[in-house]
Design a protein around this ligand. Structure first.
Ligand code: ACO
Length: 405
């Protein structure tokens, strides 16, 4: 057997693969995607079964520890997470330094990185106990931080976590309750949000997860590595697509609604426009993203529950999907809806403002980032990530004195 890495190191050979189209950067046993079949498994379990039979914290347990919890372990894990839902009170002052109209992802990048300044006993990435407590803290505190960022942006007081509620229910409480009025969590919205969290929990070596691994490979602390993931997720080609998708549906609505979809698609097909169909296409799925199917189901349930079946953006999304799936441009390139196509409509129906969508994605993906980070650090073959380059710049030359340049 040839150890290709040793061979390359000895001969100075390396591969050139921009965008990692055909290069595996790691071995992983967490998430499996069959892009041709449109299949997604977390630790072997189909996403459809997890989304139907489990809640988000069970899914977190599965991703972190490799197995679904039994009832006792589930209760212990829930207790552990809820014990850490509050954030250090000083974090408020850090948050208050931001402009109120700052983008939530700008705020989240800062706050998540800032956790390392508050929890010094969990910053050694090579210490399994530090990693364990950092993992629990991050999973527990992300909803609190996202809700704080929202409350701050609208000038309302922060709502402290209510630990008797479910993970999703507590997030809804911290987002929408006020100290003035009683707030009742809607079971339908709670279930829908929990499903959004499950569907976004992990997705193997996507851009933000690879960023977390690369960042963590330098031995930095877990909070800093997760903050790097948040920053990467923000981009519209990745997690920012849910916000971009809803803005796109709104743009079509403003153009005149369903009748104008043809005009919009023509713009997408004209490459010089630079316009993409947001929420469509995926590097790995060359078939329907299974998460999009589940999200569409949830979307219909939520809108029916809220009496919003005639929501104009849902009508545009359904018609747009149908037209695109029959259009040669999309068919020949195997472009199908991805998870972001319907998740924005669900989040908006829940009452989550559009600029917060990607922060909700980050909240849900945190467990996946941590599971991947743990897997990497525990791997005896783990090395600092250090890509090579093909140098195409200037040859060696001499510096001239400034007067002669
Ligand atoms: N709309 C129009 N055309 C598209 C789209 C789209 N959404 N996605 C891909 N294409 C076209 C490309 O222009 C390219 O066409 P060409 O062969 O004529 O040059 C072809 O399809 C292949 O696309 P690539 O860009 O090579 O695919 P890649 O794997 O690099 O990109 C990506 C995947 C970034 C997801 C892309 O499909 C995209 O930008 N989609 C819209 C943004 C989006 O929804 N992102 C969310 C992804 S899921 C997630 O991160 C949670």
């Amino acid at each position: 057997v040839i150890d290709i890495r040793k061979l390359y190191a000895q001969t100075g050979m390396f591969t050139y693969d921009p965008g990692f189209l055909s290069t595996a950067a790691c071995q992983s046993g967490i998430t499996y995607i069959d892009g041709d079949k449109g299949e997604l498994l977390y630790r072997g379990y189909p996403i459809e079964q997890l989304a139907t039979n489990c809640d988000y914290l069970e899914t977190c347990h599965l991703l972190l520890y490799g197995e679904l919890p039994d009832a006792k372990k589930k209760a212990e894990f829930n207790d552990l997470v809820t014990h850490h839902t509050m954030v250090n009170e000083q974090m408020q002052f850090f948050l208050r330094g931001f402009r109120r109209d700052a983008h939530p992802m700008a705020v989240m990048t800062g706050l998540v990185g800032g956790l390392s300044a508050f929890y010094h006993d969990s910053t050694d990435i090579n210490n399994p106990e530090h990693r364990e407590i950092a993992a629990i803290r991050l999973i527990a505190k992300m909803p609190t931080l996202v809700a704080m960022a929202y409350k701050y942006s609208i000038g309302q007081p922060f709502m402290y976590p209510k630990n008797e509620l479910s993970y999703a229910g507590n997030f809804l409480h911290m987002m929408f309750a006020t100290p003035c009025e009683p707030f009742k969590v809607s079971p339908t919205l709670e279930k829908a949000l929990d499903r959004i969290f499950i569907l976004h929990a992990d997705h193997e070596q996507n851009a933000s997860t690879s960023t977390v691994r690369l960042c963590g490979s330098s031995g930095t602390n877990p909070f800093a590595a997760i903050a790097a993931g948040v920053a990467c997720l923000w981009g519209p080609a990745h997690g920012g697509a849910n916000e971009a998708c809803l803005n796109m549906l709104q743009e079509i609505q403003d153009m005149g609604g369903v009748d104008k979809i043809g005009d919009f698609i023509a713009k997408v097909k004209d490459k010089s426009s630079g316009v993409k169909l947001m929420g469509f296409g995926h590097r790995v799925y060359k078939n329907y993203d299974p998460r999009a199917k589940l999200m569409q189901e949830t979307c219909k349930e939520v809108l029916a529950e809220l009496g919003l079946e005639n929501d104009p953006l849902l009508k545009i999304a359904v018609a747009l999907e149908k037209i695109a799936l029959e259009d040669e441009y999309f068919v020949s390139r195997k472009l199908y809806p991805n998870v972001d196509f319907y998740s924005g409509i669900v989040q908006r129906a829940i009452g989550i403002p559009v600029p917060l969508f990607t922060a909700v994605f980050a909240l849900a993906r945190t467990v996946g980032w941590i599971a991947q980070l743990n897997e990497m650090i525990a791997d005896p073959e783990y090395k600092i990530g250090r890509p090579r380059q093909l140098f195409v710049g200037s040859e060696r030359r001499d510096v001239k004195p400034i007067a002669q340049r």
